[in-house]
Design a protein. Structure first.
Lengths: 124, 124
DNA sequence: CGGTTGTTGAGAATCGGTTATCAATCGGAC
DNA sequence: GTCCGATTGATAACCGATTCTCAACAACCG
């Protein structure tokens, strides 16, 4: 037996699914905590690690802040990090034209574009 | 009196200037250590903070690794982070077309594009 | 239901990065 | 050369993020 179906993991998966932006472990705890009272941070970290391994969760790394997680399988997109509140939002599209930038001899595997600025709330 | 001209700070400034890629504090220590034997990591951190404050050093943040520093005033460019050796390289150009991606109501101040993959050495 | 065993929660421990401490030292004005 | 205050280096302390520990607990099979 391996991989049980627990309330905590369901709550965590559901919280990430409902969010419209990538969540940090602490944000997941806050969101999933209402679905599974008493939820602990360690459990979030464990579930998140499992999710990434199993492939239904994608890690989003933003400079200068904790790793965020979002459901895997979304179409290619990027992120906007608010300097006011620290939240990370999803932005549609990609400027493309990335490949030509790669130096000769280098192997390009992936890329991450992060926009910095103020979100709607903080810009007001 | 404030801001003395010391061998250590000259060595650090020189090491950053000579590098063709942004260096982490530890990398700066290694490089500048040959110019100023006995150099300590604390001194690197202090000098780097001063450099950023005075405006002749620019901080480059890459997800999942220490902050890098490069001379300020370079023309707009981006970076390539090698998954093999962890080094960060400079890449010329920018795909442009960033502004249209910004969600309505958000204020775009800056952006950072990081390419991931293998550098020439690690790709061989 | 009852046992087996994976899972959980709280807190301690750890980690890499960065900053603070403090006595010894050095820069540079005089 | 002297002197005073800025600077340095070694190391401890700190920090936020993440992982480990371990006893209590709950999921699932029979």
């Amino acid at each position: 037996m391996s991989e049980r179906q627990t309330q905590q993991r369901q709550a965590i998966r559901e919280a990430v699914r409902r969010a419209d932006r990538p969540l940090s472990p602490q944000e997941i705890l806050d969101a999933a905590g209402t679905l599974a009272p008493g939820l602990g941070l360690a459990t979030v970290y464990r579930a998140v690690k499992i999710g990434v391994t199993e492939g239904w969760l994608a890690a989003v790394e933003v400079p200068g802040s904790a790793t965020r997680y979002e459901p895997a399988g979304k179409h290619h997109h990027h992120h906007f990090a608010c300097r006011g509140c620290g939240s990370v939002y999803e932005v549609e599209g990609c400027p493309g034209n990335i490949t030509p930038l790669t130096p000769a001899g280098f192997k390009l595997e992936d890329h991450e574009l992060v926009l910095f600025g103020l979100c709607r709330s903080c810009n007001a």
